[in-house]
Design a binder for this molecule. Sequence first.
Ligand code: COD
Ligand code: ATP
Length: 204
Amino acid sequence: MTIRIGITGGIGSGKSVVSRLLEVMGIPVYISDVETKQLMMTDTCIRSELTSLLGKEAYAGGALNKPLLASYLFGSPGHAREINGIIHPRVKEDFRQWLRRRATCSMAGIESAILIEAGFAGEVDVVVMVYAPEEIRVQRAMKRDASSRELIEKRIRSQMSDEEKRGQADFVIVNDGETPLIPQVLALITFLSQNNTYLCPPKK
Ligand SMILES: CC(C)(COP(=O)(O)OP(=O)(O)OC[C@H]1O[C@@H](n2cnc3c(N)ncnc32)[C@H](O)[C@@H]1O)[C@@H](O)C(=O)NCCC(=O)NCCS
Ligand SMILES: Nc1ncnc2c1ncn2[C@@H]1O[C@H](COP(=O)(O)OP(=O)(O)OP(=O)(O)O)[C@@H](O)[C@H]1O
């Protein structure tokens, strides 16, 4: 049975870095941001519902209109609920299919900043939170995306707080730029391997 690892953490916390480390160790990871963007292009139901909500401009020029979607989504909690309600059920189904295709893997991961908010905690065996102090996250995201502080902070406010995430996480990986990352990831994988029987309920 595959151990399903949920990797979450706020914007700029270092989820992608942790996911890459897992992949290097041979553990496949479903990168929600990437897969979701793909689904928003290929899934006809998502396309038609987004078009009904945002108008034809949602797919201006044949591509997803990311600025329009982002300004609507991060504009208010109600808007976020509408968009998430269109997209997340389909992502959940896609993740389940992806997982079935990896049934021979002993472990597989899913990375999402909003893993818990989007209702994916029930899809995984363990939730791993990647943590970094907010100011470090803002600085990293501004540098990576050449984005403004205001925009990053708006996105942060649309996500669950670190305190809440921590309360729901089974493990916390600290990525504050000082605590070494690789030993923490190795310790996690070693622990999960050794506790495989604890994580997978015994077959009757
Ligand atoms: C709004 C979009 C177009 C912005 O695209 P862009 O390339 O500029 O940013 P990117 O996708 O890399 O997202 C950056 C970060 O924003 C945050 N974020 C994205 N979607 C959401 C959301 N629905 N709620 C809260 N935070 C979100 C995450 O921290 C994410 O890592 C894009 O994020 C999107 O389509 N979001 C809706 C789909 C979704 O919920 N994706 C999250 C994975 S399930
Ligand atoms: N320990 C670190 N030291 C220096 N830079 C780091 C560290 N961890 C991550 N970064 C850098 O910070 C930026 C954000 O990291 P990453 O993309 O992994 O975050 P994320 O949690 O996936 O963010 P998002 O939710 O926005 O996708 C990247 O440019 C990454 O290279």
